[in-house]
Design a protein around this ligand. Sequence first.
Ligand SMILES: [Zn+2]
Length: 128
Amino acid sequence: MPSIKSILTDIQTLPLNQVEELLSYLEEFLVSNSQVEQIYEDVKEFRFSKGKVCPHCSSELISKNGKYNGKQRYICKDCKRTFTDFTNSAVYRSKKSLDKWLKYAKCMIMGLSIRKSAKIVGINIYQE
Ligand SMILES: [Zn+2]
């Protein structure tokens, strides 16, 4: 069984294309594993356990508004904005930022500067 330390040392000796391959694998593993799907289901159930409300204005006057990428969309009759089961949920946000940070890590490993990497990925590094 290799240690984390020896794996990290090995990664540093890999050619760039293999590092990219490894990162793609990790990305897939982290973003689309089955646990994420389960969290989605939990969020969906929790959000609507007290009845459906608009995540923008908390109005209860909402109706179905077609599907996008297999996800049910809704429209609010009060503020006229649309949303999905996951709009503004923590899962939605963290999945987005996880994507960002993985892309950022890729840029860094490929030897781009911090400033350039952040620009490509759209992270404001001076914000936090
Ligand atoms: Zn609304």
